[in-house]
Design a protein around this ligand. Structure first.
Ligand code: EPZ
Length: 426
């Protein structure tokens, strides 16, 4: 397994191109199932998870082609003319939980689907009960057998009101896509409002879906008989933007984040600025650097959008390890998203965890060490810490990193980081 070696202490200087958002691209790819006509997606990121979703869609009968396009970034064409299979098998779903996002579209398009239950993952049990509740409310019959979700809607899906007892990004996306082809109108109440959901909604509208309320917590979707071709550019990745903004601050450097947008991450930007970051819009995106000599310990609690994103929590914890003062970091979305803590402690961080809260007491500096990546965002948190630490760090099991960060070592090396990928056993 690959490892990444870093020698810390170099302030980052330069510009980083922000890629299309992974968590927008994945549901957008699943949306291709909804139409017999081709879907063109631009500004697509080049990530392991995207390749896994391509493999799944091709298994279902949707050939995809990819071409590099200077002006619009990577371009992917997905051809949903024929659905050859409605089974999403365990060997693919276990690699990427977001495979569950083909359930709603398959049910809406073909009237049946067999999707392996995605297992849990390092950060939590990750149930899908809200997805299933919503689809049953639209008239689907669902049975769980031998680890698979068997869903049928022989008479098609019927529009209805779905009230989510808990905000779920994936369940909102599955239901938006299923409702687009249901007979009648669907209301999604207590829907998630992440920018990636707005992006999916805009693409579905471009395909002919009738969706009202994008960006709000109640969505109204009037089903249509079919959807048509569309050409859609994936929104910039706000999590990547926040991650590299923190990389600039933790190393005492300055980075211009090309394509980065503050309006998709206002709550995070407010917290980061209170924590001592300076974020200013430029005509190419966003410029990030440390505002003063030292960062400032600032408490944060993760929350669904528009709150502070759980996907930035691990990175923020790394940032706070060398801040002046203490920071209380509370994780409210996932039950086990502190796996980066013991690894940061190996790098001399002072962190105490009490159930869902971690108290970070700022230290003068971190020290390099051998550390282990456990999940996507934990691994990038260790990379941020290593960039600032005194000495050398080796991060093991960086396949986690490759799932969500495009060409991370190349982007950072181009800004002055001493960073190398070591292939082989880690
Ligand atoms: C999406 O996951 C993202 N993944 C996650 O990003 C992100 O952390 C999460 O939203 C929250 O923003 C993709 O978009 C591919 P949820 P998702 O359904 O949809 C519980 C990353 O690092 N829940 O909003 O799975 C669930 O256990 C990944 O890029 C149920 O109880 O998240 C969690 O506690 C990690 N029942 C909470 O809701 C359900 O049916 C939020 O989950 C579904 C979810």
């Amino acid at each position: 397994m690959d490892r990444i070696w870093i020698k810390g202490g170099r302030p980052l200087q330069g510009a980083i191109q922000i890629s299309g958002a992974k968590n927008a691209a994945l549901p957008l790819m699943a949306a291709a199932i909804l139409s017999e006509e081709p879907l063109t997606l631009r500004n697509m990121p080049d990530l392991q998870d995207i390749r896994t979703m391509v493999a799944l869609l091709e298994r279902l009968g949707l050939p995809t082609t990819v071409e590099e396009d200077e002006a619009h970034g990577r371009l992917m064409r997905l051809d949903g003319a024929t659905i050859a299979d409605t089974c999403a098998p365990y060997d693919l779903v276990r690699k990427m939980r977001a495979s569950i996002l083909v359930l709603g579209p398959l049910l809406a398009r073909e009237g049946n689907a067999a999707v392996s239950l995605p297992g849990g993952c390092a950060i939590g049990t990750r149930p899908v009960d809200l997805h299933l509740m919503g689809l049953e409310t639209l008239g689907a019959e669902i049975a769980l057998q031998e680890g698979y979700i068997h869903a049928t809607a022989p008479k098609g899906l019927i529009g209805a009101e779905v009230v989510f007892p808990k905000i779920s990004v994936g369940a909102t996306e599955n239901l938006m896509m299923a409702a687009s082809l249901a007979r009648g109108t669907t209301r999604l109440v207590n829907a998630a409002r992440e920018p990636e959901i707005v992006d999916l909604g805009r693409c579905l509208q471009a395909m002919g879906a009738k969706i009202e309320g994008l960006g709000k917590d109640t969505l109204e979707i009037e089903g249509v008989p079919r959807l048509h071709a569309a050409d859609h550019a994936v929104v910039a990745d706000r999590i990547e933007t926040g991650t590299y903004a923190m990389a600039a601050a933790i190393t005492g450097g300055e980075l211009e984040l090309l394509g980065g947008r503050i309006d998709d991450m206002q709550a995070a930007a407010d917290i980061l600025e209170r924590g001592g970051l300076s974020l200013t819009a430029s005509n190419r995106g966003l410029v990030a650097r440390r505002a003063n000599e030292r960062l400032v310990g600032t408490d944060v609690m993760t929350a669904p959008f528009p709150g502070f994103p759980t996907d930035l929590q691990a990175q923020y914890m790394a940032l706070m390890t060398t801040a002046g003062g203490a920071a209380m970091i509370t994780e409210t979305i996932f039950e086990n998203r502190f796996m980066h803590v013991p690894e940061l402690i190996r790098m001399s961080a002072d962190i105490t965890v009490h159930t869902a809260s971690a108290l970070v007491r700022g230290r003068e500096r971190l020290t390099g060490a051998q550390v282990m990546a456990t999940d996507l965002r934990a691994s990038i948190s260790l990379l941020l810490a290593a960039l600032a630490a005194e000495g050398e760090t080796t991060i093991n099991r960086v396949y986690h990193l490759d799932r969500g960060y495009e060409k991370v070592e190349a982007k950072l090396a181009a800004c002055g980081a001493e960073i190398r990928r070591l292939s082989g056993n880690g």
